[in-house]
Design a protein around this ligand. Sequence first.
Ligand code: P6P
Length: 346
Amino acid sequence: MKELITLGEFVIQQQHKHSDATGDLSQIFGAIRLASKLVHREINKAGIADITGAIGQENIQGEQQQKLDVYANEKFKAALAARGLVCGIASEEEESYVSFDQDINHGSKYVVLIDPIDGSSNIDVNVAVGTIFSIYRRKSPHDGPVQLEDFLQPGTAQVAAGYVIFGTSTMLVYTTGEGVNGFTFDPSIGVFYLSHANMQIPKTGRIYSVNEGNYVHFHDGVKRYIKHCQEFDPATNRPYTSRYIGSLVADFHRNLLKGGIYFYPSYANHPMGKLRLLYECNPMAWLAEQAGGRASDGSGTRILDIKPMELHQRTPFYVGSSSMMDDVEGFIAKEKARLQQMAELV
Ligand code: P6P
């Protein structure tokens, strides 16, 4: 039987490849592992424990906070603070960043940005949800309090990024810039085992993920791409497949394994798109690139290059197989050129 390696063992092995590694990142992963197990436990008894439903208040995004949103946020915050290596976090569930001021955190050099439960509206209907995390080295002096600038860094500065998908099984998928590896949780012993080594997204795919309920509001280039996906393709004798779960982590994970593209465009109701740059798009974009895919704003700007201006900043988001990214960007660029030509004729 193939030797199974745990997430903890894998992270330590990766750490030993770098003589200058201090083990701090390994310990932060330990905190993420712990919080993920606690969230797994609550999600898997959601129908029984009083953990489903809304708590009757909105988060900074103006979205109804689900009980599990708050539970997960608190567990990740507590676990990350307790290790004494993180000086603060930014979260979808927190209006501003949270500074960890306990003595144990003094001088710590990392910040973590997190979407504790992405897709939480799916919890009550038993559909996969996920946690997304992004880790940076702080920029401000280590002996002082964490600053906003520590969180407003471009995605290219990430030192680690990943997600936990709470689906038919619970998996943790992450990168530190040396490829993407997936670990499946065995709840019988509470351990994540390496199950998907060196994940690579197929260069092309036939799955497109977008909320087509918004189709009438999309710009023409996006509409033309969606029509392209729906039209008969003699090369494969069938159209593409539309798959949209309403949880970015679940759609992304399926497309990572099978090939595909996910996109949340900008349109009238969401002029900057819906997804948040710092704790949704940047980590997923890095994972996509590390797996051989791409992520952009649809108009030629690489997600990881965007200079953040505020914590909850949104961006139009396109991510997936490289050839499908080329296609959708081609349709958008062609439409933009057509509009520019028309404007010049006026
Ligand atoms: P809509 C969940 O709220 C989320 O941030 C992503 O996980 C998901 O893909 C998207 O928004 C769903 O948004 O507007 O299609 O319901």
